[in-house]
Design a protein around this ligand. Structure first.
Ligand SMILES: *Cc1c(COP(=O)(O)O)cnc(C)c1O
Length: 412
């Protein structure tokens, strides 16, 4: 099955009872069972079935199964948000005293979460840059997870997934990849050696900015060693390759309670079906806009991995098969210029989001990174004069005209 076909047919199963062509929205908290024994078996993981929507739900499961097919996992857990997915994915592995090694250029919310983890004795060491060598330098005896964004938001640096996976596995460390910005249209990280893939499906998978959600996909290949991961090693004895997912769903995920609402799972399943044709158009619009703005004397830097001058271009070209994502950033000299451009745009919407059908812009330094330290901003490639653009589905001529007219308003 090729990509677009897999979005429509991969693990898809409408409704067997009525023939409805979409999985219905099972808006029910609980599920009735014929006998006490039956419910006991479900609660003990001895039989499949639904008990309570905080743990699982048929509409949510239908979405999970489709994503799982797409990313090539052995199982997927959908969460209330991308942040919930990241928290669940890591806390299922880590204990107080453990360390994460992360790329330095990660999403503002994730930076904040990793700061929160410090209060629970979990420390994050940031690699100097997103390279296998930099990750290797930060490994200690306590390193229990590697974390990276395939394309950093908003630095737009590109992770060499296979090379970082090799470093992780040499150190017996599981490798977690946030694939939100790249989407499976550009790359399927499990096929390159990632162990666990995260998504904020609020973004490109949803595609229209109408529901917050997150995903954890497990590749099922990581070997949990008794000495380093005692709980997961225990689960492995019982559940084999499903150790990570079984432990998560029957323990932390159910107890934290950040489950996905059935209605939001439904909306995401609909959005998912057009991911391929949207990404094709979005990436093409982004490349056209980046090439148009590159060289404009009022813009000191256009950052987009699709530009030949980008330091990430060759790796992106090789890893993503000719597409470069739909986010670019501009530096325009001063914060006042950034604000002036944002205020003069007609179509582009000033909003804290990416992956919507409409073009979105934001000034990251004063918003998403408002609470980040100077060093964190520097690492994330966030400057006072930086504008992030999440390119939308409009006709590219209109997007170009919108930016040209707004940029004309500034003095440099
Ligand atoms: C938005 C985003 C998140 C957080 O997802 P939410 O759904 O907003 O909680 C995590 N990682 C990346 C790369 C994001 O862009």
């Amino acid at each position: 099955m090729k990509f677009n076909t897999s979005l429509l047919h991969g693990n898809f199963s409408g409704d067997k009872i009525t023939g409805a062509t979409n999985t219905p929205i099972y808006q029910s908290n609980a599920f009735e069972h014929q006998s006490a024994e039956e419910l006991e078996n479900i609660f003990h993981n001895h039989a499949p079935g639904f008990a309570y929507t905080r743990i699982n739900n048929p509409t949510v499961e239908a979405f999970e199964r489709r994503i799982n097919f797409l990313e090539g996992g052995i199982g997927t857990i959908a969460c209330a948000s991308g942040m919930a997915a990241i928290a669940n994915a890591l806390l299922n592995i880590l204990k107080s005293g453990d360390e994460i090694v992360s790329s330095p250029s990660i999403f503002g919310g994730t930076l904040g979460l990793f700061r929160n983890f410090e209060d629970f004795g979990i420390r994050t060491r940031y690699a100097a840059e997103t390279s296998p060598e930099s990750f290797k330098e930060k490994i200690t005896h306590d390193t229990k997870a590697f974390f990276v964004e395939t394309i950093g938001n908003p630095k737009l640096d590109v992770a060499n997934i296979q090379a970082i996976a090799d470093v992780a596995h040499a150190g017996k460390i599981p490798f977690i990849v946030d694939n939100t910005v790249a989407t499976p249209f550009l790359v399927k990280p499990i096929s390159l050696g990632a162990d666990i893939v995260i998504h904020s499906s609020s973004k490109y998978i949803n595609g229209s900015g109408n529901s917050i959600s997150g995903l954890i996909v497990d590749g099922g290949t990581f070997q949990w060693e008794e000495g380093r991961y005692p709980d997961l090693a225990q689960a492995q004895k019982r559940y084999g390759k499903f150790a990570y997912l079984s432990k998560l769903r029957s323990d932390l995920f159910r107890n934290l309670g950040a489950c996905l609402a059935p209605m939001n799972a439904f909306l995401n399943s609909i959005g998912l079906e057009t991911l391929g044709i949207r990404m094709e158009r979005l990436c093409s619009n982004a490349l056209t806009l980046a090439e148009f703005l590159d060289g404009n004397p009022k813009i000191s830097m256009v950052n987009y991995p699709g530009l030949k001058g980008s330091q990430w271009h060759e790796l992106a070209k090789k890893q993503f098969g000719g597409y470069y994502g739909a986010i670019l950033t501009l530096r325009v000299g001063r914060k006042e210029n950034a604000f002036k451009i944002i205020n003069h745009l007609r179509y582009a919407v000033n909003a804290a989001n990416i992956g919507d059908s409409r073009t979105l812009v934001i000034h990251p330094a004063s918003t998403i990174y408002a609470y980040a330290s100077a060093a964190e901003k520097e690492n994330a490639g966030v400057y006072d004069d930086l504008i992030r653009i999440s390119v939308g589905l409009e006709d590219v001529e209109d997007i170009i005209r919108d930016f040209s007219e707004a940029i004309d308003k500034i003095q440099v």
